[in-house]
Design a protein. Structure first.
Length: 89
């Protein structure tokens, strides 16, 4: 069953538990995570439902390709990591 995990940067703002999901796509897995904590949606997706520019998703160690539809496929044993890009200076 795919696992979705969030980095500590997101967990500073809201609860972001690791979620086991039976999803076949990145979007469906994210929806399972949002069901566990609806506040996460605003940190991860913009108002059009696309990944925010400062958020990156990795599936099995590879950066997701589809930032709009989030249709990247998941395998039954996939690990999804959602990271918030940081900048500063």
């Amino acid at each position: 069953m795919p696992q979705v995990a969030f980095t500590p940067q997101l967990r500073r703002f809201t609860a972001a538990p690791e979620v086991a999901s039976g999803a076949a796509t990145l979007r469906a897995a994210l929806e399972d995570a949002f069901a566990a904590n609806p506040q996460l949606r605003g940190y991860v997706l913009d108002d059009q439902g696309h990944l925010r520019t400062n958020v990156v998703a990795f599936i099995d160690g590879r950066r997701s390709v589809d930032r709009v539809k989030l249709a990247d496929p998941l395998r039954p044993d996939s690990r999804v990591y959602i990271l918030q890009a940081l900048s500063g200076g």
